[in-house]
Structure formats: structure tokens, C-alpha cells
Ligand binder design. Structure first.
Ligand code: LMR
Length: 424
């Protein structure tokens, strides 16, 4: 029998402590792949090449290739600071003076939905957070029985976001790789074939990643098919006013659906249109059939938000609230939107012109036909790999570039590189 002395007792204790220290709870956890978009920024930051360009993430840059704080935002912040406001918790639903104006912006001042108070609206964490709360609500109340159909292609975060909310994901035809344009017939056919009651994710304007949107007649057709087939629309509105520089134009699809009598979910983001990327400002609206139903829905949305993050952050929402509720700031913001939209369209034209001037024989017409932050270049994965390896140009494998990150500082370099990998 082992006789315990002072020394052996100490030794046994030390061994069991070491055992606990080195015991692994997570030995089976596999390395996850880097994020398809934000992973590019991580790789870009590590790159030592002084000529490197990040065309991955959709984040607007000014003419000097720098992040741009909108003058309207700067002015709103000055006003907020001068008020010496507190840092109290926001209510679970966020700042009402922000989210009520946010939904008014999307639906329009004369919206019947708003007059009837049939909207359940909450401030959420930018576009992703708004999509996520809406998805969680549908996942819980439709018990994961309904499929969510996503366009092919779509923003890579849509799929995991809905799956994590307990919904099954399917896809529908959207874009033609042959014509670089909308596959309208394929889209209509997909909608006609979907099981009734399916959820359909629709990007309201400036489709990410293709930059290709249905025109007015096509939206009307989509709305009619969805009504006949009893399909539920879930709008992702990430670029209101940013796409064309005109809020009413960018809100066209949503307003068509509203006037056709659809009830829908709508996720709004103020990351791009106010440049409030890191502030996480957004709003979720669930349009209901009556005011009383909207109140019941809101009470349940609160029960989803509260255990997830309690209540949203206040600073960014205060900025948006200030801009949306003050006529002078609002007019300044409309100008800022035009500045961003115009610079983006200008970059599209300059990229096309430079490629042609370099002698490229390919057709680059689609660059100026597309709209919004992104251009779906049509570059193949192996060409993208060369751009990154040989030129330190970071972009998505599917050929998407953030045209908003082009500027006179880097456009010639980018065009030369694209020409070099596409000329043979
Ligand atoms: C993008 O698609 O690059 C943006 O929407 C940023 C993001 O969160 O992915």
C-alpha cells in the first residue's frame, strides 16, 4: 500500500492540476474556413505589397481611397455631443424616433401600412442583425417548416444566417452567366415551381453580388406570381438611396409589393447609405394584417431580441435619428447620397474606359450596366487567384469586386492587372 508522505501528496495534487490544465474539451473542433468576404480583409492587412488593393468588402472609399465620414453624419455627431446625452440602456426595440423614420423612408410618407399602424418595427444591429431577428421570428413561429429560397448567386452570409435561425434553405434562378444580366424567365419559372408558403429572399435594389436588378415591369411580375403562388417576401434593403442616389427609386420594389397588398419582412441597413458601417444601425419591419396583430408580433420580437443582445447600441441610431428628423441634415444627407452614387458610377465608367484604352478585346459593357457597390466582373476563379497572387488585389472568388473601393489612386493599377489576366 502506498504510504502518503507530505512530498507524495504534493506530487499527486500537482499531477491532477496539470491533468486538468492539459485536458482538452475541444479536441474535435475543426478549423473553420475564413469568411468569404471579411477573410479577404484579414489577408489584405497581412500583405506587405505597397500596391495592394482591397476590392473585397463592400465599403465605400472616397477619391483618395480613404473611408469617408459623411458630412451629414459629422454634423449630426457634433449636435449629439453638444447635447451631452446619457449612456442609458435603449429600450429592447431601440430608439423609436429612429426606427419609425427608418420604415417611413422605405415605405414612403403616404404608406397605408403606416397609416393603419400595421407595421411591427424594431431597431436592430445593421442589415445582418435585422435579417437575423426576422429569420429567428419566422423560424420560431413557422417552426422551421418553410423553405427560404435565396437567389443564385447571393450574399454568402444569407445562407448561414437563415440556417442558424432554424430554417431550411433552397435557391432560385436569378442571374445568367452567359448574358451577364437577369435571367428573368428562369426567375419567374423558379417562383412558379416553389412550394406554396415558401419564404423568398428578395434583394430590393443593387443586388449583391451581381449589381443586376429586375426592372419595374419585372418587379410587378414577381409580385403577381408571388401573390398567386402564396409566397412570402423577405426583403433585404441594404442600399436605400446609395444605389441610384434617389431614395424613391431604390425603394420602388418594396413600394410595388406594398401597394399590391403583400405582407412581408423588411431588413434595413444604414451601413452603406450613411457610412455607419461599424455603428451597426438597422431596422427590421414585419408588415402585418392589422394593428392588433402587429402589436402581438412586436411583443414576440422583443422576446427574441432580449435573450440575444438585450437592446441595441445607441450612438449610431442617434446619428441616424438626428439626420432623419432634421430637415437641414436630411437635405445634407441627400447630397451625400448623390456624391457616393455618382462617384461609384464614375468609377464604373473609368474602369471600362481604361480596360478599353489598354487594348482589351473583351466586352466590359456589363460594368456600367450594373448598379450599386459591386461589379460582377465575370472573371474566373483562376484569374482571381492570379490577381491576388501576382498583384495583391483582393476580391471574391466569384469575380465580385467592390467598385466603391476604386479611386484615381488605384484604378489604373487594377485595370492593368485585370487586362493582364484576361488578355490571353
Ligand atoms: C459585403 O457584401 O461586402 C458587405 O455587405 C459587407 C459584409 O458584411 O459582407
Amino acid at each position: 500500500m502506498l504510504k502518503l508522505t507530505k512530498t507524495t501528496t504534493f506530487h499527486l495534487q500537482a499531477t491532477s492540476t496539470n491533468y486538468l490544465r492539459y485536458k482538452s474539451w475541444f479536441a474535435d473542433v475543426k478549423m473553420a474556413p475564413p469568411d468569404a468576404i471579411l477573410g479577404l480583409t484579414e489577408a489584405y492587412l497581412k500583405d506587405k505589397n505597397p500596391k495592394k488593393v482591397n476590392l473585397g468588402v463592400g465599403a465605400y472609399r472616397d477619391g483618395n481611397a480613404q473611408h469617408w465620414v459623411l458630412p451629414s453624419v459629422e454634423e449630426a455627431e457634433k449636435r449629439i455631443f453638444s447635447k451631452k446625452m446619457n449612456k442609458e440602456y435603449a429600450p429592447i426595440l431601440g430608439l423609436a424616433e429612429f426606427y419609425n423614420r427608418s420604415i417611413e423612408l422605405a415605405l414612403g410618407k403616404d404608406s397605408e401600412i403606416l397609416q393603419d399602424k400595421r407595421n411591427s418595427t424594431a431597431q436592430c444591429l445593421s442589415g445582418t442583425g435585422s435579417l437575423r431577428i426576422g429569420a429567428a421570428f419566422l423560424g420560431i413561429f413557422w417552426k422551421g417548416e418553410r423553405l427560404v429560397h435565396l437567389p443564385t448567386p447571393t450574399w454568402p452570409n444569407h445562407r448561414p444566417l437563415f440556417m442558424h435561425s432554424g430554417l431550411k434553405v433552397a435557391s432560385y434562378s436569378y442571374y445568367s452567366n452567359e448574358t451577364f444580366a437577369l435571367n428573368a424567365q428562369g426567375l419567374f419559372d423558379s417562383l412558379r415551381k416553389m412550394p406554396e408558403n415558401s419564404i423568398v429572399l428578395l434583394q430590393a435594389c443593387a443586388h449583391n453580388p451581381t449589381g443586376v436588378d429586375p426592372n419595374r415591369e419585372q418587379w410587378c411580375e414577381i409580385s403577381q406570381i408571388m401573390k398567386t403562388r402564396n409566397l412570402y417576401p423577405f426583403f433585404d434593403l441594404a442600399y436605400l438611396g446609395f444605389a441610384s442616389g434617389d431614395i424613391d427609386k431604390d425603394a420602388e420594389a418594396i413600394r410595388i409589393f406594398a401597394s399590391d397588398g403583400h405582407q412581408f419582412c423588411l431588413a434595413q441597413s444604414f451601413a452603406k447609405n450613411m457610412g455607419l458601417y461599424g455603428e451597426r444601425v438597422g431596422a427590421l419591419t414585419i408588415v402585418c394584417s392589422t394593428k392588433e396583430e402587429a402589436e402581438r408580433v412586436t411583443s414576440n420580437v422583443k422576446t427574441i431580441i432580449r435573450p440575444m443582445y438585450s437592446s441595441p447600441p445607441i450612438h449610431g441610431a442617434r446619428i441616424a435619428k438626428e439626420i432623419l428628423n432634421d430637415n437641414e441634415l436630411y437635405c445634407m444627407w441627400l447630397e451625400d447620397l448623390k456624391t457616393m452614387a455618382n462617384r461609384t458610377m464614375n468609377m464604373r465608367k473609368q474602369l471600362t474606359d481604361t480596360l478599353i484604352a489598354l487594348g482589351s478585346k473583351r466586352s466590359w459593357e456589363h460594368i456600367t450596366k450594373q448598379i450599386g457597390m459591386f461589379c460582377f466582373t465575370g472573371l474566373k476563379p483562376e484569374q482571381v487567384a492570379r490577381l491576388t497572387k501576382e498583384f495583391s488585389i483582393y476580391m471574391m472568388k466569384d469575380g465580385r469586386i467592390a467598385v466603391v473601393a476604386l479611386s484615381t489612386k488605384n484604378i489604373a493599377y487594377v485595370a492593368e492587372a485585370i487586362h493582364a489576366v484576361t488578355k490571353e
